[in-house]
Design a protein around this ligand. Structure first.
Ligand SMILES: Nc1ncnc2c1ncn2[C@@H]1O[C@H](COP(=O)(O)OP(=O)(O)OP(=O)(O)O)[C@@H](O)[C@H]1O
Ligand SMILES: [Mg+2]
Length: 447
């Protein structure tokens, strides 16, 4: 089976399977190439026009659109004939089969449909009636993202944590049907205690520091806390929603989701990608440095390749707003080892301002500028911590996270390693792996 890839209401490319589904290429439409020219990262930095793409980049881009972990297992189990191996699609044909079923609403502006179908359907919105939000959240283990192809809800989004995609107009929730775009992502608390409040608090700090302009909050649904964020890849005017294109750093670098924890230092592939594809590389790389420093300051070890993204618009890419950050140091079950090391340091307890400045230098940022960024961030973070709204801090042990971050800010200012105490022993396991091993019931430790 092959697929058509649509952007902004027009078919821009199609997949071309070969070798009985063991290889796939993305081939741009000749009229599109004639119009936009060559070397344009229309769908992805790893799939520049005119194409056709390298099979590894095509697979990485397409597979990168899919959910991960249990969400992928649940989605794939509903598509006949799809095989996973070690939790990932066995062949490109399996990737295409899952996308054919779920690809109408993805990260970014791409709309993926079986060859010959239209990817230009406005769709419609249906209000979520009383109790339906609770039901949709309860159904997430079997209906990841709220997807329900039988009712015209065909959605795909990366990530291992349970999530629901909805639209929100005038403070009311709607299901997005028949190709309509969602506007918000909802992540219920589950495996990691108070993760919804934790993410809302940390992302509010990110917003105060100017690393995103998206609103976040915590919604209570039938006794559960749910983290809510506006999508940065959607522009909402009344009830009209326009999609902006985005891809994550793994897709941009042509890496499969399975290697998201192996993208190396931010100054390597990620910074290089920004240098090649953005209009103002120095400013974009400095922004990347801010994201890296922010995650270090708040104690977030999950800085992997799918937690950074690019917005793509015509010729240029730019770093997308920050997302998916929380204080993972709050969970003693995790190792505290970052997915991407900073300078010579991978452990959140050991990272120092020197390591951060090493990383900045390796990104091509002069030391005085990097040092000024850190000084300003530390000051801004201290102010932002004091200004947190009670709605974000009540009803859970927020003080633990706040004090932890405050202490890290002080230690950065004093030139000390950001964490105190001994590094946690044991093999590094990723947040994904740790999540997969835990269930809410298995959790006996409460902070
Ligand atoms: N605010 C947002 N706007 C648009 N896209 C977003 C936003 N937040 C996340 N995304 C997209 O959705 C994907 C999944 O979101 P997120 O990273 O929060 O999920 P997760 O399941 O917690 O991920 P992980 O597997 O890293 O734990 C991201 O990789 C990104 O492509
Ligand atoms: Mg993520």
């Amino acid at each position: 089976m092959d697929l058509d890839l649509w952007l902004d209401g027009r078919r821009v490319a199609r997949t071309e399977s070969r070798d009985r589904g063991r290889k796939v290429r993305v081939v741009y439409e000749p009229e599109v190439v004639a119009e936009v020219g060559g070397e344009i990262p229309l769908l992805s930095c790893s799939l520049p026009t005119p194409g056709p793409s390298a099979p590894t980049a095509a697979r990485a881009f397409l597979e990168g659109l899919l959910p991960e972990g249990r969400a992928l297992e649940a989605a794939a189990s509903r598509v006949r004939g799809v095989r996973l191996r070690d939790g990932h699609p066995d062949t490109p044909a399996d990737v295409l089969a899952v996308l054919a079923e779920y690809g109408r609403e993805c990260a970014g502006a791409v709309v993926v449909v079986p060859a010959g179908e239209s990817g230009d359907q406005p769709g419609r919105y249906r209000p979520l009636g009383d109790g339906r939000l609770e039901a949709a959240i309860g159904d997430l283990p079997t209906r990841p993202l709220g997807a329900d192809p039988a009712r015209g809800i065909r959605m795909s989004l990366a990530g291992a944590q349970p999530k629901l995609l909805l639209a929100r107009f005038g403070a009311k929730w709607f299901e997005a049907l028949d190709g309509a775009a969602s506007t918000h992502i909802l992540k219920p608390d589950g495996v990691w205690e108070h993760s919804a409040q934790n993410e809302a608090l940390v992302m509010t700090l990110a917003r105060t520091l100017g690393l995103t302009d998206r609103e976040v909050w915590v919604e209570r649904v039938a006794g559960r806390s749910v983290f809510v964020t506006e999508r940065f890849d959607r522009v909402v005017r009344g009830r009209r929603v326009r999609r902006l294109h985005q891809e994550d750093m793994c897709q941009a670098m042509g890496r499969l989701p399975a290697s998201k924890y192996e993208i190396g230092r931010p100054s390597g592939g990620p910074a290089r990608t920004l240098r090649v594809f953005t209009k103002d590389p120095q400013a974009e790389v400095e922004r990347l440095f801010r994201y890296v420093a922010f995650r270090a300051l708040v104690g977030d070890e999950d800085n992997h390749g799918k937690n950074y993204a690019l917005l793509l618009s015509g010729r240029w890419a730019s770093l997308a707003p920050m997302y998916d950050s929380l204080c993972t140091l709050m969970y003693p079950q995790l190792s505290g080892v970052m997915a991407a090391p900073i300078g010579a340091q991978a452990n959140l307890l050991r990272v120092t301002s020197d390591a951060l400045i090493d990383e900045a230098r390796a990104m091509g940022l002069p030391e005085p500028g990097a040092s000024a960024v850190l000084t300003a961030m530390a000051q801004e973070m201290a102010i932002a911590l004091d200004a947190l709204d009670g709605a974000l801090t009540s009803g859970w042990p927020a003080e633990r996270v706040i004090e932890l971050i405050r202490d890290r800010v002080h230690r950065l200012q004093e030139g000390k390693p950001l964490g105190q105490g001994r590094a946690r022993p044991g093999r590094r396991i990723s947040l994904d792996e740790a999540s997969a091993r835990r269930t809410p019931e298995s959790d006996e430790r409460r902070p």
